[in-house]
Design a protein around this ligand. Structure first.
Ligand SMILES: [Zn+2]
Length: 110
């Protein structure tokens, strides 16, 4: 059975609305999921290379570094993401309207 990360993005905010800063592990996870939201909500399929998210898993203590792909599920509005290399995957909810939601930040002209 493959574990799926079920993430409610609001769980990574503190009372002031900022990303949690401690414990360090929670902060690292929060930043990881934030970059996935950036990438998946980018309003174009061709996002810039700086938006690419690398897998943070370390199977057998070796960094996976596979590229994460993320899409917005049109039915649930959750972000579904997956590592193309190790198949680590997850679902992020309650990201819409967060500071990392880029989906309606600009209109791109094709
Ligand atoms: Zn991976």
């Amino acid at each position: 059975m493959i574990d799926t990360w079920i993430t409610d993005l609001t769980h990574f905010f503190d009372d002031a609305g900022d990303l949690v800063s401690e414990p360090a592990q929670a902060k690292a996870l929060a930043e990881y999921f934030a970059t996935i939201v950036f990438m998946a909500s980018y309003p174009d399929h061709e996002y810039p290379p700086e938006y690419i998210v690398k897998c943070r898993r370390r199977p057998n203590r070796n960094p996976c570094l596979g590229e994460i792909v993320g899409i917005i599920n049109p039915e649930t509005d959750d972000i579904m993401w997956m590592c193309q290399k190790c198949n680590d995957k997850g679902i992020i909810s309650n990201w819409r309207g967060s500071m990392w939601d880029l989906s309606d930040s600009e209109q791109l002209v094709h």
